[in-house]
Design a protein around this ligand. Sequence first.
Ligand code: UT7
Length: 325
Amino acid sequence: MQTCQILGSGHAVPERILTNADLEQMVDTNDEWIVERSGIRQRHIAEPGSSLSDLASAAVNRALKRADTRAEDIDLIIVGTVTGDMKFPAMACLLQEKIGAKKAAAFDISAACSGFLYGLHLARSLMQTCPYQRVLVVAAEMLSSMVNWEDRNTCVLFGDGAGAVVLGPAEGECGILSTTIHSDGHYSKLLYNPAGSQHVLSAEDIASNYATINMQGREVFRHAVASMTGALNEALVQAGLRAADLDFVIPHQANLRIIEAIAKRFKVPHEKLIVNVERFGNTSAASIPIALDEALQNGTINKGDVVGLTTFGAGLTWAASIIRI
Ligand code: UT7
């Protein structure tokens, strides 16, 4: 059932670009390996000490403008992030203050790279049961703040960024046609950051990069392809559509090989696949709304197009959605 549609979108990334050549100076890696294994050529990295809620505000203000919506009219703000400005309060509350969305309820969700599609799922469900007219779904990450810059297995993969959509009631054929979300905590140790209440950080922990991203890349890769394929299939069935009905597919931008594996499973030709991982790296929850916004702004995706979104991340979590723009 379509209850809501995307009225406008926006994204923002930090100015500073870190290229593969820059990384060659930092760890034992090279451009050829990074491009061949991940497809990534550069990523945007925030200046240390900068605020993710500022970056998210920039994305949201663009989305509000395109949706012709005033911040004061927003009823609800959902932010997907695992790298909010502070442990608490929620980044959604900091964002609410920065954009001036005075009447909105605001909260964060922690679903790692699946944060945006978890947010869409929640927003869609809440718009069915609550009298919300305008909902902001935001996904913003500054993974550079928790990357171990001495670990070549992970530091070459991630970038910072933010994306946002404004949702309003569906009109006509347009809208979010389906959403599906899943989790499996059994695999939590495949991708995690151990910093938390169970282990109060000492000076030695900080010096030894304890509180950073740990990942078993090859295992994560395997789960990613299977989960993203399964979720997209499920979202298609819910929407009563087949893969051939999709005008575009936007997979989570983690690795070009994962994206191509998904495209192969669904027989998605090159021109229907939205890819920007080479320029942004893996921006976690922000990757899908950044790619969606770019494709909308450059005219690749247009009104009436049916788009399949599918993602995967730490948790493990995975999710998919079908939307008609
Ligand atoms: O958002 C969801 C989160 N994450 C993901 O989706 C990531 C999923 N996984 C991946 O994208 C891939 O597994 C990676 C890109 C992380 C790694 O590619 P891979 O083909 O699975 O490589 P590997 O981990 O099996 O490593 C192969 C070799 C190893 O050397 P040995 O043991 O074969 O001698 C690594 O030490 O490549 C080495 N290696 C590197 N070499 C140069 C690992 N990182 C690097 C590097 N530069 N940056």
